[in-house]
Design a protein around this ligand. Structure first.
Ligand SMILES: [Zn+2]
Length: 469
């Protein structure tokens, strides 16, 4: 039996400041070593000050993942020497005096399967090493401390996964949940990283460290299972070790540094007192939590009669569900859900396209109303949406500029219908004896008007001109 467990590091990217100082949490917008201060650099005499918002956000994550949340939390020093760690210790959490990390024993469902969460802890991210030089001879390592001290949440699971696909599904669900909670933007580079430990047939555990993309993690786990199975089939013992994912060669390689054998000499961080989280505050946080993805989905189906599959796609993505929430009315909900999932998702399928899109909730609302009132056809609405995303112009302007409006003027439509009748005399005779075949003529009118004729009006006028009921 294959057992896989995960440790996932998620940056709390929506916070203003670092975990223990007032440097910016968004280190990405700075020049190298510009976002630093004596506290995050661990200079003598500096003292950490805990970011209250970070504790709140981490607690919200714990609650959303069905974890228990203790009334008192503590911080510990994890000691090791590494150039990206300016203090030579990382301030993190540990559960040696009972549950003192922000969350314990939770779970997430992937389909029918329950994945148990061991604990959730709040900690600081180290800095970043930058390697320069083409060969090992002239390679130099530079350090950028802008990221040092930014808030991370580590989510540790029990070894409940049995396949690489379960791992991937779990990470997708987790990333949707974090985004929906408004605590992080998982699509940012480096915002979610994971370690995986893999063992087969109850054998030794192999840890794969620090993988930055879900796609690579799935591949790394897959590779590791195959490697261990191959060793086992040849009676070669599997070593307990740490391995790294070689992205270029798509294999895991044994890591020379035996990190797990290091003694981290954990001890309580004396510069940060135990933090009491009042049950009342916990209650308040629960009330302020955004509606969960599953509850949204249920509401979309039951209240607006949106098909379950569409509701599923719509609710799990915060960008689209926010747009939906801001634009829909009781009457247009289904139409808007349809526009978003069938047309919009294809138009803004990358982060860059979403950011440059000029579409607003008002646009969507007007587009849905125009389709429902017959002012524009479903078909032409696709072209209008494309123009809106690109230019942000008002819908009415786009309709007149691109001549997308429906032909709903009866006399204009009658002229076109008369023309079709004269061209299609055989089909007209057929329609007289078999009214079902009139759809062929409706199709001809649609063709002539480039899909802009109102279908019901067309059918009625056609019947009248041919003289059938
Ligand atoms: Zn700082």
């Amino acid at each position: 039996m294959t057992m896989i467990g995960l440790e996932i590091h998620c940056q709390l990217t929506n916070l203003q400041s670092k975990l223990f100082c007032s440097c910016k949490a968004n280190y990405r917008e700075f020049e190298i070593n510009e976002n630093i201060c004596p506290i995050c650099m661990g200079l003598p005499g500096s003292l950490p000050r805990l970011n209250k918002e970070a504790v709140k956000k981490a607690t919200i994550i714990a609650m959303a993942l069905n974890c228990s949340t203790p009334e008192k939390i503590a911080f510990f020093r994890k000691n090791y020497f590494y150039p990206d760690l300016p203090k030579n210790f990382q301030i993190t959490q540990l559960n040696i005096y009972g549950d003192t990390s922000v969350g314990g024993s939770g779970s997430i469902m992937i389909g029918d399967k329950k994945i148990r969460i061991t604990r959730i802890q709040l900690e600081e991210d180290p800095g970043r090493l930058i390697y320069e030089g083409s060969s090992s001879k002239n390679q130099i390592t530079l350090v950028d401390y802008n990221r040092a001290g930014t808030p991370l949440v580590e989510i540790v699971t029990e070894p409940d996964f049995e396949t690489p696909k379960e791992v991937r599904d779990f990470l997708n669900i987790l990333s949707d949940i974090l985004e929906n909670l408004g605590v992080a933007d998982p699509s940012l580079e480096g915002a979610m990283r994971a370690d995986a430990n893999v063992s087969i047939k109850g054998g030794k555990k192999v840890e794969i460290k620090n993988i930055g993309s879900f796609h690579d993690l799935e591949k790394a786990v897959h590779f590791e299972i195959t490697r261990q199975e191959s060793l086992s089939s040849r009676d070669i013992p599997i070593m307990q070790e740490t391995r790294h994912w070689d992205d270029r060669r798509k294999i895991t390689v044994s890591s020379r540094s035996k990190e797990e054998e290091l003694d981290y000499r954990y001890f309580l961080e004396g510069d940060i007192p135990w933090v009491k989280i009042d049950p009342q505050i916990q209650q308040q946080l629960k009330l302020e939590m955004p509606e969960s993805i599953s509850s949204k989905k249920e509401r979309y189906v039951s209240k607006y009669n949106i098909p379950a599959q569409v509701a599923d796609v719509l609710s799990s993505d915060k960008f689209y569900s926010d747009l939906f929430e801001k634009s829909h009315t009781e009457k247009t909900a289904k139409e808007i859900a349809n526009i978003i999932t069938t047309d919009l998702m294809g138009l803004v399928d990358t982060r860059e396209k979403r950011e440059s899109s000029k579409l607003t909730a008002t646009h969507l609302k007007e587009l849905a109303e125009s389709i429902q009132s017959g002012q524009i056809s479903r078909n032409s609405s696709k072209n209008a949406l494309y123009e809106i995303v690109k230019t942000g112009k008002e819908l009415s302007v786009i309709i007149s500029e691109l001549d997308l409006g429906n032909v709903s003027d009866a006399s204009e439509l009658t002229d076109i219908i008369k023309q079709i009748i004269s061209e299609e005399s055989q089909a007209v005779e057929q329609a007289k004896s078999n009214p079902q075949t009139i759809n062929y003529l409706v199709g001809k009118v649609m063709q002539k008007t480039k899909g802009k004729a109102d279908p019901t009006l067309t059918l009625n006028l056609l019947k009248k001109e041919i003289g059938i009921q």
